[in-house]
Design a protein around this ligand. Structure first.
Ligand SMILES: [Fe+2]
Ligand SMILES: [Fe+2]
Length: 279
């Protein structure tokens, strides 16, 4: 099975700028330990049948496509607003509009412009695996698990430095390509482990399949262009070393989240078993 590093490598190789390519390859190489943590958590989660309580914790805290997509739309709005203050038709304004257009592309699929809305697909996936829609309840919310990604999202929406907001978003899209491609076969197997109806498998797993192939890698390419044009608009050279650091931080943040989520799932399943025996 291909590791997340092997999955993202060919996408990084497509980047035109040699320095940017090297920095991203190095960032993933340096993050090997955190990638191992992420992969082992994903394998553990998807290789067994969990009590409903633990499944609800996983799906409540793993992803939130509607909120994520909203934050990318917010980033587009911020760029458009910034462009509007420059004189009409100026080079700066054109570059900012171009940057905004590239970032807008990142939420096309999530918002349902090209097919089913990803929020709805996630609901279908989570409800099938949990057995009910109870996973939506606030009681399964684990702020300590989602803390890092919530911070990233909030920075995208309101953070002071636009280049920083663009860099953390680029890191997110590259990582997403790796994670979704890595979990696709794992979820396919997990579907059988939890004993779901085979005929509906492709329909239930569509949320995962929609992110494999060109989707997330396309978002990464758009983020790269968006960042380059934003820097060009302001006459600054992109600091690729800084971008490498943002990628390392992102991977470490996700690893810490998965580690915490698995602990929560395991402890809740222990409590569940004790409660079950006591009944
Ligand atoms: Fe999506
Ligand atoms: Fe994406």
């Amino acid at each position: 099975m291909k590791s997340i590093i092997d999955i993202v490598k060919p996408e990084i190789q497509l980047v035109e700028d040699r320095e940017l390519r090297d920095v991203l390859l190095m960032a993933y190489k340096d993050s090997e330990a955190s990638i191992d943590v992420i992969q082992s958590c994903l394998v553990k989660v998807t290789s067994q049948e969990w009590p409903e309580y633990a499944m609800c914790k996983f799906f409540k805290n793993w992803r939130n496509p509607a909120v994520g997509a909203g934050s990318f739309c917010a980033l587009t709005c911020r760029l458009l607003e910034e462009a509007s203050v420059y004189s009409l038709g100026s080079v700066t304004q054109s570059d900012l509009f171009f940057s905004a257009a590239r970032i807008a592309e990142v939420s096309n699929e999530d918002m349902g412009l090209l097919g089913p809305n990803h929020g709805e697909l996630y609901e279908g996936l989570a409800t099938a695996f949990c057995g009910t829609d109870a996973w939506k309840l606030q009681r399964y919310n684990l702020p300590q698990v989602t803390e890092y990604l919530t911070g990233v999202r909030e920075y995208r929406e309101r953070g002071q430095y636009m280049i920083h907001a663009l860099m953390i978003s680029l890191a997110e899209e590259l990582y997403n390509h790796g994670e979704f491609t890595y979990i696709a076969p794992l979820f396919k197997k997990w579907y059988g482990v939890v004993g779901l109806n085979d005929e509906k498998r492709n329909q239930v797993l569509r949320f995962v399949y929609e992110h494999v192939g060109g989707t997330e890698s396309g978002h990464f390419a758009n983020m790269t262009q968006g960042l380059i044009h934003y820097c060009r608009a302001h006459g600054v050279e992109p600091d690729w070393e800084e971008l490498g650091q943002r990628n390392r931080e992102y991977i470490d943040g996700v690893a810490a989240s998965f580690d915490q989520l698995l602990i929560e799932m395991e402890s809740s399943s222990e409590r569940y078993e004790v409660a079950g025996l006591a009944m």
